[in-house]
Write a protein that binds this ligand. Structure first.
Ligand code: GBH
Length: 479
Protein backbone atom coordinates (compact mmCIF):
# COMPACT_ATOMS: atom_id res chain seq x y z
CA UNK A 1 0.00 0.00 0.00
CA UNK A 2 1.28 3.46 -0.89
CA UNK A 3 1.82 5.81 1.99
CA UNK A 4 0.68 9.42 1.78
CA UNK A 5 3.75 11.64 1.46
CA UNK A 6 5.36 14.82 0.18
CA UNK A 7 8.27 15.03 -2.26
CA UNK A 8 11.79 15.86 -1.16
CA UNK A 9 11.70 19.46 -2.34
CA UNK A 10 8.38 20.25 -0.65
CA UNK A 11 8.56 23.86 0.54
CA UNK A 12 7.29 24.30 4.06
CA UNK A 13 7.46 27.11 6.54
CA UNK A 14 5.49 29.77 8.32
CA UNK A 15 3.49 32.87 7.39
CA UNK A 16 2.88 36.35 8.82
CA UNK A 17 1.59 39.72 7.60
CA UNK A 18 3.06 43.20 7.96
CA UNK A 19 0.39 44.97 10.00
CA UNK A 20 -0.04 41.96 12.27
CA UNK A 21 3.61 41.75 13.34
CA UNK A 22 5.70 44.80 12.50
CA UNK A 23 4.71 47.63 14.85
CA UNK A 24 6.96 50.65 14.29
CA UNK A 25 4.05 52.37 12.57
CA UNK A 26 5.66 55.80 12.64
CA UNK A 27 9.29 54.72 12.39
CA UNK A 28 11.61 55.86 9.62
CA UNK A 29 8.91 57.66 7.70
CA UNK A 30 6.19 55.01 7.37
CA UNK A 31 2.87 56.54 6.31
CA UNK A 32 -0.49 55.53 7.80
CA UNK A 33 -2.50 52.63 6.37
CA UNK A 34 -6.26 52.14 6.52
CA UNK A 35 -5.68 49.75 9.43
CA UNK A 36 -4.03 52.45 11.56
CA UNK A 37 -7.08 54.63 10.96
CA UNK A 38 -9.57 51.84 11.55
CA UNK A 39 -8.00 50.81 14.86
CA UNK A 40 -8.37 54.39 16.12
CA UNK A 41 -12.16 54.20 15.83
CA UNK A 42 -13.55 53.17 19.23
CA UNK A 43 -15.31 49.81 19.23
CA UNK A 44 -13.78 48.40 16.04
CA UNK A 45 -11.12 46.20 17.71
CA UNK A 46 -12.29 43.83 20.47
CA UNK A 47 -9.64 44.80 23.02
CA UNK A 48 -9.21 48.39 21.80
CA UNK A 49 -5.72 47.56 20.57
CA UNK A 50 -3.92 48.18 17.28
CA UNK A 51 -0.75 47.28 15.41
CA UNK A 52 1.19 50.07 17.08
CA UNK A 53 3.71 47.64 18.59
CA UNK A 54 2.39 44.19 17.59
CA UNK A 55 5.35 41.75 17.67
CA UNK A 56 7.79 44.60 17.09
CA UNK A 57 9.17 42.73 14.09
CA UNK A 58 10.23 46.02 12.53
CA UNK A 59 12.98 45.96 15.15
CA UNK A 60 13.09 42.32 16.19
CA UNK A 61 13.17 40.66 12.74
CA UNK A 62 16.54 39.03 13.54
CA UNK A 63 14.74 37.06 16.26
CA UNK A 64 12.17 35.94 13.69
CA UNK A 65 14.87 34.70 11.35
CA UNK A 66 16.63 32.95 14.24
CA UNK A 67 13.37 31.25 15.10
CA UNK A 68 12.78 30.13 11.51
CA UNK A 69 16.26 28.66 11.43
CA UNK A 70 15.76 26.89 14.71
CA UNK A 71 12.50 25.37 13.49
CA UNK A 72 14.05 24.13 10.28
CA UNK A 73 11.74 26.17 8.06
CA UNK A 74 12.46 26.07 4.34
CA UNK A 75 10.40 29.17 3.57
CA UNK A 76 8.94 32.26 5.18
CA UNK A 77 5.90 34.08 3.87
CA UNK A 78 5.58 37.71 4.95
CA UNK A 79 3.93 40.80 3.52
CA UNK A 80 5.04 44.30 2.61
CA UNK A 81 3.60 47.37 4.26
CA UNK A 82 2.97 49.51 1.18
CA UNK A 83 2.88 52.74 3.22
CA UNK A 84 6.27 51.91 4.71
CA UNK A 85 7.73 51.82 1.21
CA UNK A 86 5.64 54.61 -0.36
CA UNK A 87 4.20 56.59 2.58
CA UNK A 88 1.32 58.22 0.67
CA UNK A 89 1.12 55.31 -1.76
CA UNK A 90 0.68 56.87 -5.21
CA UNK A 91 2.68 56.45 -8.40
CA UNK A 92 4.09 59.97 -8.21
CA UNK A 93 4.70 59.91 -4.47
CA UNK A 94 8.23 59.48 -3.15
CA UNK A 95 9.68 56.14 -2.15
CA UNK A 96 10.82 55.95 1.47
CA UNK A 97 14.29 54.44 1.17
CA UNK A 98 14.55 53.51 4.85
CA UNK A 99 11.25 51.67 4.76
CA UNK A 100 12.24 49.86 1.59
CA UNK A 101 15.60 48.96 3.10
CA UNK A 102 13.83 47.07 5.89
CA UNK A 103 12.53 44.54 3.35
CA UNK A 104 15.78 44.40 1.42
CA UNK A 105 17.61 43.50 4.63
CA UNK A 106 14.95 41.01 5.67
CA UNK A 107 15.19 39.23 2.32
CA UNK A 108 19.01 39.30 2.34
CA UNK A 109 19.09 37.80 5.81
CA UNK A 110 16.55 35.11 4.95
CA UNK A 111 18.46 34.09 1.86
CA UNK A 112 21.68 34.00 3.86
CA UNK A 113 19.96 31.68 6.33
CA UNK A 114 18.84 29.40 3.49
CA UNK A 115 15.18 30.33 3.88
CA UNK A 116 13.13 30.98 0.78
CA UNK A 117 11.27 34.31 0.99
CA UNK A 118 7.66 34.26 -0.19
CA UNK A 119 6.49 37.84 -0.53
CA UNK A 120 2.88 39.00 -0.32
CA UNK A 121 2.56 42.49 -1.78
CA UNK A 122 -0.78 43.27 -0.22
CA UNK A 123 -2.20 41.84 2.98
CA UNK A 124 -4.99 44.42 3.51
CA UNK A 125 -2.98 47.45 4.73
CA UNK A 126 -3.71 49.95 1.95
CA UNK A 127 -2.00 53.35 2.34
CA UNK A 128 -4.50 55.74 3.91
CA UNK A 129 -3.28 58.36 1.43
CA UNK A 130 -4.84 56.45 -1.47
CA UNK A 131 -8.09 55.90 0.35
CA UNK A 132 -8.29 59.65 0.99
CA UNK A 133 -7.12 60.68 -2.47
CA UNK A 134 -9.61 58.79 -4.64
CA UNK A 135 -11.42 56.16 -2.59
CA UNK A 136 -8.66 53.54 -2.72
CA UNK A 137 -9.86 50.13 -3.86
CA UNK A 138 -13.11 51.58 -5.23
CA UNK A 139 -11.32 53.46 -8.00
CA UNK A 140 -10.12 51.02 -10.64
CA UNK A 141 -8.20 53.40 -12.92
CA UNK A 142 -6.24 55.24 -10.27
CA UNK A 143 -5.76 52.29 -7.96
CA UNK A 144 -4.44 49.90 -10.59
CA UNK A 145 -1.76 52.35 -11.69
CA UNK A 146 -0.64 52.96 -8.13
CA UNK A 147 -0.59 49.28 -7.26
CA UNK A 148 1.46 48.43 -10.35
CA UNK A 149 4.00 51.12 -9.49
CA UNK A 150 4.26 49.75 -5.93
CA UNK A 151 4.71 46.22 -7.27
CA UNK A 152 7.39 47.44 -9.64
CA UNK A 153 9.30 49.13 -6.80
CA UNK A 154 9.32 45.81 -4.96
CA UNK A 155 10.29 43.70 -8.01
CA UNK A 156 13.21 46.08 -8.59
CA UNK A 157 14.35 46.25 -4.99
CA UNK A 158 14.11 42.58 -4.02
CA UNK A 159 14.98 41.29 -7.47
CA UNK A 160 16.05 37.73 -8.08
CA UNK A 161 16.32 36.92 -4.39
CA UNK A 162 12.56 36.50 -4.36
CA UNK A 163 11.22 33.56 -6.35
CA UNK A 164 7.66 33.62 -5.01
CA UNK A 165 5.39 36.65 -5.31
CA UNK A 166 1.83 36.82 -4.07
CA UNK A 167 -0.08 39.82 -5.41
CA UNK A 168 -2.96 39.74 -2.91
CA UNK A 169 -3.89 37.94 0.24
CA UNK A 170 -7.57 36.95 0.36
CA UNK A 171 -9.33 39.56 -1.78
CA UNK A 172 -12.60 38.16 -0.38
CA UNK A 173 -11.71 39.67 3.00
CA UNK A 174 -10.83 43.11 1.64
CA UNK A 175 -14.09 43.11 -0.33
CA UNK A 176 -16.60 41.57 2.05
CA UNK A 177 -15.19 42.38 5.47
CA UNK A 178 -13.97 45.82 4.36
CA UNK A 179 -16.91 46.90 2.16
CA UNK A 180 -19.95 44.78 3.05
CA UNK A 181 -20.05 44.07 6.76
CA UNK A 182 -17.51 46.72 7.77
CA UNK A 183 -15.72 44.43 10.20
CA UNK A 184 -12.33 45.24 8.65
CA UNK A 185 -10.76 48.47 7.41
CA UNK A 186 -11.97 50.73 5.90
CA UNK A 187 -15.22 49.64 7.58
CA UNK A 188 -17.66 50.47 4.79
CA UNK A 189 -21.16 48.99 5.10
CA UNK A 190 -24.80 49.91 4.43
CA UNK A 191 -25.42 49.52 8.16
CA UNK A 192 -25.54 53.17 9.22
CA UNK A 193 -25.13 52.22 12.87
CA UNK A 194 -21.64 51.03 11.96
CA UNK A 195 -20.56 53.42 9.24
CA UNK A 196 -21.68 56.71 7.69
CA UNK A 197 -20.57 55.44 4.26
CA UNK A 198 -20.86 52.30 2.21
CA UNK A 199 -23.20 50.33 -0.04
CA UNK A 200 -23.05 46.64 0.80
CA UNK A 201 -25.06 45.74 -2.28
CA UNK A 202 -22.44 47.09 -4.70
CA UNK A 203 -19.11 48.09 -3.21
CA UNK A 204 -17.80 44.61 -2.37
CA UNK A 205 -18.31 43.49 -5.98
CA UNK A 206 -16.59 46.60 -7.32
CA UNK A 207 -13.65 46.17 -4.96
CA UNK A 208 -13.26 42.48 -5.79
CA UNK A 209 -13.22 43.30 -9.49
CA UNK A 210 -10.67 46.08 -9.05
CA UNK A 211 -8.36 43.83 -7.05
CA UNK A 212 -8.51 41.23 -9.82
CA UNK A 213 -7.64 43.81 -12.45
CA UNK A 214 -4.78 45.24 -10.38
CA UNK A 215 -3.50 41.70 -9.75
CA UNK A 216 -3.58 41.00 -13.49
CA UNK A 217 -1.82 44.25 -14.32
CA UNK A 218 1.00 43.55 -11.83
CA UNK A 219 1.40 39.99 -13.15
CA UNK A 220 1.70 41.32 -16.69
CA UNK A 221 4.50 43.69 -15.63
CA UNK A 222 6.30 40.92 -13.75
CA UNK A 223 6.06 38.51 -16.66
CA UNK A 224 7.08 41.03 -19.30
CA UNK A 225 9.87 42.81 -17.45
CA UNK A 226 11.17 40.72 -14.55
CA UNK A 227 10.27 37.06 -14.72
CA UNK A 228 12.89 36.08 -17.23
CA UNK A 229 15.82 37.68 -15.46
CA UNK A 230 14.62 36.96 -11.93
CA UNK A 231 13.21 33.49 -12.48
CA UNK A 232 10.32 33.71 -10.05
CA UNK A 233 6.64 32.84 -10.09
CA UNK A 234 3.64 35.01 -9.25
CA UNK A 235 0.09 34.26 -8.16
CA UNK A 236 -2.75 35.28 -5.89
CA UNK A 237 -3.83 33.79 -2.55
CA UNK A 238 -7.54 33.03 -2.12
CA UNK A 239 -9.33 32.00 1.05
CA UNK A 240 -12.14 29.52 1.35
CA UNK A 241 -13.37 26.75 3.60
CA UNK A 242 -15.02 23.44 2.79
CA UNK A 243 -18.80 23.08 2.98
CA UNK A 244 -21.04 20.21 4.08
CA UNK A 245 -24.85 20.24 3.78
CA UNK A 246 -26.78 21.08 6.97
CA UNK A 247 -29.27 18.43 5.90
CA UNK A 248 -27.51 15.78 3.82
CA UNK A 249 -30.90 14.69 2.41
CA UNK A 250 -31.70 18.14 1.10
CA UNK A 251 -30.99 18.78 -2.57
CA UNK A 252 -31.20 22.51 -1.85
CA UNK A 253 -28.55 22.36 0.87
CA UNK A 254 -26.27 20.27 -1.32
CA UNK A 255 -26.57 22.82 -4.13
CA UNK A 256 -26.02 25.64 -1.67
CA UNK A 257 -22.71 24.04 -0.64
CA UNK A 258 -21.39 24.38 -4.17
CA UNK A 259 -22.78 27.91 -4.44
CA UNK A 260 -20.99 28.92 -1.24
CA UNK A 261 -17.66 27.71 -2.65
CA UNK A 262 -18.36 29.67 -5.81
CA UNK A 263 -19.17 32.88 -3.93
CA UNK A 264 -16.06 32.51 -1.76
CA UNK A 265 -13.46 31.07 -4.13
CA UNK A 266 -14.67 31.09 -7.73
CA UNK A 267 -15.56 34.80 -7.49
CA UNK A 268 -11.79 35.25 -7.98
CA UNK A 269 -10.68 31.85 -9.22
CA UNK A 270 -13.05 31.64 -12.20
CA UNK A 271 -12.02 34.98 -13.76
CA UNK A 272 -8.37 33.98 -13.38
CA UNK A 273 -8.71 30.44 -14.76
CA UNK A 274 -11.87 30.70 -16.90
CA UNK A 275 -12.20 34.39 -17.80
CA UNK A 276 -15.66 34.89 -16.28
CA UNK A 277 -17.61 35.08 -13.03
CA UNK A 278 -19.53 31.96 -11.95
CA UNK A 279 -23.08 31.72 -13.33
CA UNK A 280 -24.47 31.43 -9.79
CA UNK A 281 -23.06 34.86 -8.95
CA UNK A 282 -24.24 36.51 -12.15
CA UNK A 283 -27.70 35.04 -11.59
CA UNK A 284 -28.02 36.39 -8.06
CA UNK A 285 -26.17 39.69 -8.43
CA UNK A 286 -27.06 40.76 -11.98
CA UNK A 287 -25.45 44.03 -12.99
CA UNK A 288 -24.17 44.67 -9.47
CA UNK A 289 -21.36 42.32 -10.44
CA UNK A 290 -19.12 44.20 -12.89
CA UNK A 291 -18.94 43.05 -16.50
CA UNK A 292 -15.64 41.94 -17.99
CA UNK A 293 -14.33 44.24 -20.69
CA UNK A 294 -12.05 42.57 -23.22
CA UNK A 295 -9.15 44.59 -21.87
CA UNK A 296 -9.66 43.58 -18.24
CA UNK A 297 -10.29 39.97 -19.10
CA UNK A 298 -7.04 39.82 -21.04
CA UNK A 299 -5.18 41.00 -17.95
CA UNK A 300 -6.85 38.59 -15.55
CA UNK A 301 -7.41 35.34 -17.44
CA UNK A 302 -4.37 33.11 -17.17
CA UNK A 303 -2.67 35.36 -14.62
CA UNK A 304 -1.70 32.73 -12.03
CA UNK A 305 1.62 30.87 -12.14
CA UNK A 306 0.35 29.09 -9.03
CA UNK A 307 -2.72 29.06 -6.81
CA UNK A 308 -2.17 30.29 -3.24
CA UNK A 309 -4.61 28.55 -0.93
CA UNK A 310 -5.64 29.68 2.56
CA UNK A 311 -8.03 27.49 4.52
CA UNK A 312 -8.79 26.88 8.18
CA UNK A 313 -12.06 25.01 8.75
CA UNK A 314 -15.43 24.08 7.28
CA UNK A 315 -19.09 25.02 7.61
CA UNK A 316 -22.48 23.38 7.38
CA UNK A 317 -24.60 25.11 4.78
CA UNK A 318 -28.33 25.64 4.81
CA UNK A 319 -30.11 27.01 1.78
CA UNK A 320 -32.30 30.10 2.24
CA UNK A 321 -35.60 29.45 0.44
CA UNK A 322 -36.37 33.15 -0.20
CA UNK A 323 -34.93 35.59 -2.74
CA UNK A 324 -31.49 36.87 -1.74
CA UNK A 325 -31.26 40.19 0.09
CA UNK A 326 -29.32 42.91 -1.75
CA UNK A 327 -26.52 42.84 0.84
CA UNK A 328 -26.09 39.04 0.70
CA UNK A 329 -22.55 37.95 -0.18
CA UNK A 330 -22.79 34.25 0.68
CA UNK A 331 -24.94 32.95 -2.18
CA UNK A 332 -28.21 33.18 -0.23
CA UNK A 333 -27.52 30.60 2.42
CA UNK A 334 -26.69 30.22 6.08
CA UNK A 335 -23.25 29.27 7.41
CA UNK A 336 -23.63 27.00 10.44
CA UNK A 337 -21.35 25.15 12.80
CA UNK A 338 -23.82 22.40 13.69
CA UNK A 339 -25.81 20.23 11.31
CA UNK A 340 -29.48 19.22 11.41
CA UNK A 341 -28.78 16.64 14.12
CA UNK A 342 -26.95 19.17 16.27
CA UNK A 343 -23.54 17.67 15.48
CA UNK A 344 -20.67 20.14 15.54
CA UNK A 345 -18.38 20.22 12.52
CA UNK A 346 -15.36 20.27 14.82
CA UNK A 347 -14.07 21.23 18.22
CA UNK A 348 -14.35 24.76 19.57
CA UNK A 349 -11.44 27.17 19.20
CA UNK A 350 -10.99 30.77 20.28
CA UNK A 351 -12.23 31.94 16.86
CA UNK A 352 -16.04 31.77 16.65
CA UNK A 353 -15.82 30.89 12.94
CA UNK A 354 -13.15 28.20 13.20
CA UNK A 355 -13.79 24.56 14.04
CA UNK A 356 -11.18 22.16 12.64
CA UNK A 357 -12.37 19.68 9.99
CA UNK A 358 -9.29 18.10 8.42
CA UNK A 359 -11.14 15.88 5.95
CA UNK A 360 -12.57 19.11 4.52
CA UNK A 361 -9.03 20.25 3.71
CA UNK A 362 -8.48 17.24 1.48
CA UNK A 363 -11.87 17.63 -0.19
CA UNK A 364 -11.42 21.35 -0.74
CA UNK A 365 -7.99 21.17 -2.29
CA UNK A 366 -9.23 18.47 -4.65
CA UNK A 367 -12.23 20.65 -5.54
CA UNK A 368 -9.89 23.55 -6.39
CA UNK A 369 -7.52 21.30 -8.29
CA UNK A 370 -10.36 19.82 -10.37
CA UNK A 371 -12.09 23.10 -11.08
CA UNK A 372 -8.93 24.85 -12.22
CA UNK A 373 -7.25 22.08 -14.19
CA UNK A 374 -4.69 20.83 -11.69
CA UNK A 375 -2.81 24.06 -11.06
CA UNK A 376 0.35 24.15 -8.96
CA UNK A 377 -0.90 24.90 -5.46
CA UNK A 378 0.92 26.38 -2.51
CA UNK A 379 -0.98 26.31 0.77
CA UNK A 380 -0.12 29.80 1.97
CA UNK A 381 -2.03 29.68 5.28
CA UNK A 382 -3.50 27.02 7.53
CA UNK A 383 -3.60 26.94 11.32
CA UNK A 384 -5.77 27.39 14.38
CA UNK A 385 -6.43 29.39 17.51
CA UNK A 386 -6.98 27.52 20.78
CA UNK A 387 -10.00 28.01 23.02
CA UNK A 388 -9.19 30.36 25.93
CA UNK A 389 -5.47 30.12 25.21
CA UNK A 390 -4.90 33.67 26.33
CA UNK A 391 -6.33 32.91 29.79
CA UNK A 392 -3.77 30.18 30.41
CA UNK A 393 -0.37 30.43 32.06
CA UNK A 394 2.68 30.73 29.85
CA UNK A 395 3.63 27.09 30.60
CA UNK A 396 0.18 25.91 29.55
CA UNK A 397 0.27 28.00 26.39
CA UNK A 398 3.59 26.50 25.39
CA UNK A 399 2.04 23.04 25.63
CA UNK A 400 -0.38 23.55 22.76
CA UNK A 401 -1.34 19.93 22.09
CA UNK A 402 -4.57 21.04 20.42
CA UNK A 403 -2.57 22.94 17.78
CA UNK A 404 -0.13 20.04 17.37
CA UNK A 405 -3.05 17.73 16.62
CA UNK A 406 -4.47 20.26 14.17
CA UNK A 407 -1.23 20.28 12.18
CA UNK A 408 -0.87 16.49 12.31
CA UNK A 409 -4.40 15.97 11.00
CA UNK A 410 -4.22 18.66 8.33
CA UNK A 411 -0.81 17.67 7.02
CA UNK A 412 -1.91 14.07 6.82
CA UNK A 413 -5.01 15.16 4.87
CA UNK A 414 -2.84 17.26 2.58
CA UNK A 415 -0.40 14.43 1.95
CA UNK A 416 -3.36 12.18 1.08
CA UNK A 417 -4.68 14.77 -1.36
CA UNK A 418 -1.27 14.83 -3.04
CA UNK A 419 -0.66 11.10 -3.09
CA UNK A 420 -4.13 9.74 -3.75
CA UNK A 421 -6.07 12.59 -5.42
CA UNK A 422 -3.33 13.83 -7.74
CA UNK A 423 -3.32 17.36 -6.35
CA UNK A 424 -0.17 19.23 -7.39
CA UNK A 425 0.64 20.84 -4.04
CA UNK A 426 4.21 22.06 -3.69
CA UNK A 427 4.33 23.87 -0.37
CA UNK A 428 2.69 24.68 2.95
CA UNK A 429 2.97 27.74 5.20
CA UNK A 430 1.55 27.42 8.70
CA UNK A 431 -0.34 30.39 10.08
CA UNK A 432 1.35 31.81 11.99
CA UNK A 433 4.99 32.02 12.95
CA UNK A 434 4.03 34.30 15.84
CA UNK A 435 1.07 35.17 18.00
CA UNK A 436 0.10 38.50 16.50
CA UNK A 437 -2.50 41.21 15.97
CA UNK A 438 -5.55 39.19 14.99
CA UNK A 439 -7.32 42.12 13.26
CA UNK A 440 -10.74 42.92 14.77
CA UNK A 441 -10.08 40.33 17.50
CA UNK A 442 -7.01 42.22 18.72
CA UNK A 443 -4.48 40.24 20.77
CA UNK A 444 -7.00 38.11 22.64
CA UNK A 445 -6.84 35.42 19.96
CA UNK A 446 -3.47 33.81 19.39
CA UNK A 447 -2.66 31.98 16.15
CA UNK A 448 1.08 31.60 16.63
CA UNK A 449 3.21 28.51 16.92
CA UNK A 450 5.31 30.91 18.97
CA UNK A 451 4.11 32.61 22.12
CA UNK A 452 4.77 36.33 22.09
CA UNK A 453 4.99 37.94 25.51
CA UNK A 454 3.30 41.28 24.92
CA UNK A 455 4.07 42.45 28.46
CA UNK A 456 7.66 41.30 28.32
CA UNK A 457 9.17 43.19 25.41
CA UNK A 458 7.50 40.90 22.81
CA UNK A 459 9.96 38.13 23.61
CA UNK A 460 9.31 34.97 21.56
CA UNK A 461 8.89 31.47 23.05
CA UNK A 462 8.25 28.60 20.61
CA UNK A 463 5.25 26.48 21.55
CA UNK A 464 5.19 22.70 21.18
CA UNK A 465 3.52 23.08 17.77
CA UNK A 466 6.43 25.13 16.45
CA UNK A 467 8.74 22.18 16.85
CA UNK A 468 6.10 19.60 15.94
CA UNK A 469 5.67 20.88 12.39
CA UNK A 470 9.23 20.01 11.39
CA UNK A 471 8.82 16.55 12.93
CA UNK A 472 5.55 15.97 11.08
CA UNK A 473 7.19 16.93 7.80
CA UNK A 474 10.13 14.75 8.62
CA UNK A 475 7.78 11.79 8.73
CA UNK A 476 5.83 12.76 5.62
CA UNK A 477 8.60 13.89 3.30
CA UNK A 478 10.06 11.12 1.16
CA UNK A 479 13.64 10.23 2.02
C1 GBH B 1 -6.55 34.69 7.54
O1 GBH B 1 -7.87 34.85 7.06
C2 GBH B 1 -5.78 35.95 7.36
O2 GBH B 1 -5.09 35.96 6.13
C3 GBH B 1 -4.80 36.21 8.49
O3 GBH B 1 -4.31 37.51 8.39
C4 GBH B 1 -5.48 35.93 9.81
O4 GBH B 1 -4.70 36.27 10.91
C5 GBH B 1 -5.84 34.48 9.84
O5 GBH B 1 -6.70 34.19 8.80
C6 GBH B 1 -6.55 34.04 11.11
O6 GBH B 1 -7.79 34.64 11.22
O7 GBH B 1 -16.54 36.19 11.09
O8 GBH B 1 -18.09 34.71 9.99
O9 GBH B 1 -17.39 36.75 8.89
C7 GBH B 1 -8.66 33.71 7.20
C8 GBH B 1 -9.97 33.83 6.46
C9 GBH B 1 -12.10 34.72 6.37
C10 GBH B 1 -11.36 33.77 8.38
C11 GBH B 1 -13.18 35.44 7.11
C12 GBH B 1 -12.43 34.49 9.15
C13 GBH B 1 -14.53 35.52 9.04
C14 GBH B 1 -15.78 34.73 9.10
N1 GBH B 1 -10.96 34.51 7.23
N2 GBH B 1 -13.56 34.73 8.31
S1 GBH B 1 -17.06 35.68 9.82
Amino acid sequence: MTKASFPKDFLWGFATASYQIEGGIKDDGRGPSIWDTFCDIPGKIADGSSGVTACDSYHQYPADIELLKQLGAKAYRFSISWSRVIPVGGRDDPVNEKGLQYYVTLVDELVKAGIEPMVTLFHWDLPQGLHDRYGGLLNKEEYTKDYVRFARVMFEALGEKVKFWITYNEPWCSSVLGYSIGQFAPGHTSDRKKSPVGDSSREPWTVGHNILVAHGAAVKVYREEYKQKQGGVIGITLNGDWTEPWDPESKEDIEACERKLEFAISWFGDPIYHGKYPDSMRKQLGDRLPEWTEEDRALVQGSNDFYGMNTYCANYIKNIPHPAKPEDFTGNLELLLENKDGKSIGELTQSPWLRPYPQGFRKLIKWISDRYGKPIIYVTENGTSVLAENDKTKEEILNDDFRVKYFEDHLQALAEARTFDGVDVRGYMAWSLLDNFEWAEGYETRFGVTYVDYEGGQKRYPKKSAKAIGQIFDKLIEK
